[in-house]
Design a protein around this ligand. Structure first.
Ligand code: GSN
Length: 223
């Protein structure tokens, strides 16, 4: 039997959270190793486990994978969540890149000097650039691409929940996206993931931010 998948990251969302979502939807069990201090990070570096000295790192199928998008693509390919052909795949990748772009804007907020100043810009971009695309596509489709669930749907679900946490009611003008969210939340693996006590991480708090800064020896805030 293959070894259980192992995630190396912080005990928080960050870039690993999309990987947690995707593994969950693929119904793949995983263990987590949380970085809580710099020595643990230095050990990973010394052991040569981090190809580019960065986490997320995922041990899967005898490999130590880094680079979030590469990891997501591997899992999506392996579990048939990456479309039926190259034309579906490129569409999934376009949606996925856009969703990662938007989620990263929110992800870095706790590390910014003045996060509140950035909120308006993120909300405007979400409403004017990103959500209209998904709203239009979901007007006549159950899934974003083709006739079955894909990586793009999983990330859209994750992203819409993140947006609603920051901007209550943001989906009011995006009824198709809101219905999509309702459908997604009924998928048994997602329904379980949304329950308290699952491996889904909460919004970042001060402990998470402090730990990340300590592990990477960061003394400055992002602009
Ligand atoms: O997408 C990826 O996995 C990479 N392109 C970036 C991963 C990355 O930036 N990882 C950070 C921690 S997670 N926060 O954003 C990291 O390991 N930084 C340490 C460093 O020395 O760059």
């Amino acid at each position: 039997m293959a070894d259980k998948v192992k995630l190396h990251y912080f005990n928080g969302r960050g870039k690993m959270e999309s990987i947690r979502w995707l593994l969950t939807v693929a119904e793949v069990e995983f263990d987590e190793f949380h970085l809580t201090n710099r020595d643990q990070y230095l050990k990973l570096l010394n052991d040569g486990d981090l190809m580019f000295q960065q986490v997320p790192m995922v041990v899967i199928d005898g490999m130590k994978l880094v680079q979030t998008r590469a990891i997501l693509n591997y899992i999506a390919e392996k579990y048939n969540l990456h479309g039926n052909d190259i034309k579906e795949r490129v569409k999934i990748n376009m949606y996925t890149e856009a969703l990662i772009e938007l989620m990263e804007m929110i992800m870095i907020l706790p590390f910014a000097q003045d996060p509140n100043a950035k909120l308006y810009n993120i909300e405007t971009k979400a409403k004017e650039r990103y959500l209209p695309v998904f709203e239009k596509q979901l007007m006549e489709h159950i899934y974003l691409v083709g006739s079955r669930l894909s990586l793009a749907d999983v990330l859209l679900m994750e992203c819409t929940l993140m947006l609603e946490e920051k901007f209550v009611g943001i989906l009011a003008d995006f009824r198709n996206v809101k219905s999509f969210q309702g459908r997604m939340s009924k998928i048994p693996a997602i329904s379980r993931f949304l329950q308290p006590g699952s491996k889904r991480k909460p919004q970042p708090d001060d402990v998470y931010v402090k730990t990340v800064k300590e592990v990477f020896n960061l003394n400055i805030s992002l602009p």
